[in-house]
Each structure stands twice: as structure tokens, then as C-alpha cells.
Design a protein around this ligand. Structure first.
Ligand SMILES: NC(=O)C1=CN([C@@H]2O[C@H](COP(=O)(O)OP(=O)(O)OC[C@H]3O[C@@H](n4cnc5c(N)ncnc54)[C@H](OP(=O)(O)O)[C@@H]3O)[C@@H](O)[C@H]2O)C=CC1
Ligand SMILES: CC(C)(CO)C(=O)C(=O)O
Length: 339
């Protein structure tokens, strides 16, 4: 049995924990924060078209913190640390957070998160551990231990390989990526040698639809009905496609239409929109900030994405102020300091 530590038990993480458990090859210890008491008392209520409906499901072990996960009566060495926290480098530092659970040269770190450039800090912090990058296509929510999955669970997994890595290291990283897809279940997870391509491909959706829904608080269906999808999302997608092309990721001609039709029949609220609705910090830098940096590095202009980014920076400031993460000085502010 593989020993898995799951950090980030929202919609994506809980379904990952369920799939890894049902596959029968992993014992999953889950770090559960605000829903801890409910999960201990009642378990999760899950409705999943792929993994079934469950009432009272619990992973192998439920803990409140990473320290508790590591310091049990018999200390556990984790084979995999699966991170499905939001990618929020401006709020917490994942590479520091997971340190107690990562055994040098042994533990594989698996990131199941949206965005680009998210693996670099992990690989830098753990040069002797394998870092896997997972792109999830699921549409899923966890509200108070009630988990609802709306779209198919499809997880693409590949090894994150810095350019300088020796070939033998690369080969073992690819083998571990394949092993992880088997533990997750090959009906739902697939291995790729080129995970960066899939990260960029997903960005065509996440860097456009997520921000526009988060700003307008309209779900995907209502974005179509109001004309936003045609007049704003579609052109914004062309910018992402051009930036991706400059980084050698070329998509089929119908990529924008296929992303826009991926929620057909649903009034879907993407994860960034839910974060704004629940007044939580959202993944602005990982999704939009890093895309704009990638454009700048190639001298590409992306006015629509830049405007969305600037507006969302304001929204994020508001969220952080209400959460006490930033403060406006009592004496007021002067324009000259910000011009
Ligand atoms: N939702 C979706 O359908 C999809 C999401 N993604 C991506 O997957 C990733 C996860 O998304 P999602 O599942 O929606 O996220 P959620 O916001 O639903 O879940 C995040 C979880 O992390 C927990 N958490 C936050 N901070 C800590 C901490 N310091 N210690 C322990 N736990 C913590 C939260 O706990 P608490 O409840 O206590 O706040 C919450 O349970 C994101 O990168 C997202 O973009 C990708 C594809 C689809
Ligand atoms: C839209 C979706 C579900 C695509 O898988 C997503 O990534 C999100 O909600 O952030």
C-alpha cells in the first residue's frame, strides 16, 4: 500500500482522496481544516458521477494539521504528498508548509492545482524529490463536507522536469508519474510526457472564463446569454492562445469554441468565482499574473488580460481587507505615492 498525505480537501482534493482510496492501492491521510469535526462525526456526503454517491465516507485517517499527520504513535513516511490547496503564493508558502511531510529523495509531491509556473518553487525547494504536476478537468465543490461533482473526473499527470535534470532522474520521474495515474485509477487519470502543454491548454479556460465570472458574478451560462462570452471571453482567449504559441504550445483552431462549449447545459460557477462569492483570496497570480508575465517575456501585448488582471487586483484587495490580510492606513493615502 502506498501512503498518501492529502493537503487541501476542497472539491478537487476530496474527490482525489476518494479515487485514490477506492483504487485500493493507497492509504490516504487527509488534512481537514474547517470541516474537521463534521468529517470526524458524519464523514463526507459525496455525489460523483464517476466515483459514486457516498454518505459518511472518510479517508483512512483524518487529521487537523500536517504535524499531526507526521507525528502519530508510529511515525508515517509518506510516499506521496498530494497538494490540492488553492495556489496562493501571496497568502501561504506551500513549499514551507509541507516540509514536515516530505522525506528527502523519497516522497513524491503531486500538485493538483490550476495555473502555470506553480511547480518551480517546489522543485527548487526539493531538488532531490520528484514533483508531479496534475491538471484536473473536474468541476467540483465542497461546501461543509458535502461534495458535488458536476463534470467528469479527468486528471492529466506528468513529471515536472527542470531543464538541468539528468536523464536518469527524468526517467524515474516519468515512471513515478505513471505509477500515480495507476493508483488514482487509469479510467480517470492519464499520464503525459508534456504536462506543460496541458497546463497552457487549461489556461485558455481558466485565464479567461474564471476571471470574467469572478468579476461579473455571472455563471458560464449567463455569460453566454449576456453576450460576455462572445464579446469578451472569446477575444481574451485569443490572447492566451497567442501567448501559448509564443511558448511553443500550439492548439487546434477550435480550442476557444471547445473551451466555451465545455460547460454546455450547465450554469457553472468556476472556482475563482466561488472564491469571490465566499470572500476568499483567489488564484490571481498563478492563473492570470503568470500568464501576463509569460506574455511580457516574449514581448506580446495582451490588453484584455491585463485589464482583467488589474480589475481583479482591486477585487482581491477588497477580499484581503475584509479578511484582515491588508489594511488601509487610518490617516488616508495620497495619490502621489501611487502614481
Ligand atoms: N473546483 C474545481 O472544479 C477545480 C479546481 N481546480 C483547481 O484545484 C485546486 C483546488 O481547488 P478546489 O478544490 O476548488 O479548492 P477549495 O477552495 O474547494 O478547497 C481548498 C481546500 O484547502 C483547504 N485549505 C486552505 N488553506 C489550508 C491550510 N493552510 N491548511 C489546510 N487546508 C487548507 C481549505 O480548507 P477550509 O475549508 O478550511 O478553508 C479547503 O478545504 C485549485 O488550484 C483550483 O484552481 C482545478 C480544476 C477544477
Ligand atoms: C472550470 C473548471 C472546473 C475546469 O475544470 C476549473 O478549472 C475551475 O472551476 O477552476
Amino acid at each position: 500500500m502506498k501512503s498518501v498525505l492529502l493537503i487541501g480537501t476542497g472539491g478537487v482534493g476530496t474527490i482525489a482522496g476518494l479515487s485514490l482510496t477506492l483504487g485500493g492501492q493507497a492509504n490516504v491521510t487527509a488534512v481537514v481544516r474547517s470541516a474537521y469535526d463534521r468529517v470526524i462525526c458524519e464523514g463526507y456526503k459525496i455525489s460523483s458521477p464517476d466515483h459514486g454517491n457516498h454518505s459518511g465516507w472518510r479517508p483512512y485517517r483524518v487529521v487537523r494539521t500536517i504535524d499531526e499527520a507526521v507525528n502519530s504513535e508510529t511515525p508515517v513516511v509518506y510516499d506521496y504528498v498530494v497538494v490540492s490547496l488553492k495556489a496562493l503564493p501571496d497568502v501561504y508558502c506551500i513549499e514551507e508548509m509541507i516540509t514536515p511531510a516530505v522525506k528527502l529523495s523519497h516522497t513524491t509531491i503531486v500538485l493538483i492545482q490550476n495555473g502555470i509556473g506553480i511547480e518551480e518553487p517546489l522543485k527548487k525547494a526539493y531538488p532531490y524529490n520528484v514533483v508531479l504536476s496534475g491538471v484536473s478537468m473536474i468541476g467540483c465543490q465542497n461546501v461543509g463536507a458535502v461534495v458535488s461533482q458536476f463534470e467528469k473526473d479527468r486528471l492529466i499527470v506528468g513529471a515536472f522536469l527542470p531543464e538541468s535534470a539528468p536523464e536518469a532522474t527524468n526517467q524515474s520521474a516519468h515512471a513515478i508519474a505513471k505509477e500515480f495515474t495507476e493508483i488514482y485509477g487509469t479510467q480517470f487519470a492519464e499520464y503525459t510526457e508534456n504536462i506543460t502543454f496541458y497546463r497552457w491548454r487549461k489556461l485558455v479556460y481558466n485565464a479567461t472564463i474564471n476571471p470574467i465570472c469572478a468579476l461579473t458574478l455571472l455563471d458560464t451560462g449567463r455569460c453566454h446569454l449576456s453576450g460576455l462570452s462572445k464579446n469578451l471571453t472569446f477575444p481574451a482567449m485569443q490572447e492566451v492562445i497567442a501567448i501559448a504559441a509564443a511558448h511553443n504550445h500550439i492548439f487546434p483552431d477550435d480550442i476557444a469554441d471547445s473551451m466555451l462549449s465545455s460547460d454546455d447545459g450547465l450554469y457553472y460557477r468556476p472556482s475563482m468565482m466561488l472564491d469571490v462569492v465566499y470572500n476568499r483570496p483567489f488564484e490571481l497570480e498563478a492563473i492570470l499574473g503568470n500568464t501576463i508575465k509569460a506574455a511580457q517575456s516574449k514581448g506580446i501585448s495582451c490588453p484584455t488580460l491585463s485589464l482583467l488582471y488589474t480589475l481583479l487586483k482591486g477585487v482581491l484587495w477588497r477580499v484581503k481587507e475584509t479578511q484582515g490580510m491588508v489594511q488601509a492606513p487610518e490617516e488616508g493615502v495620497k495619490w502621489a505615492a501611487y502614481s
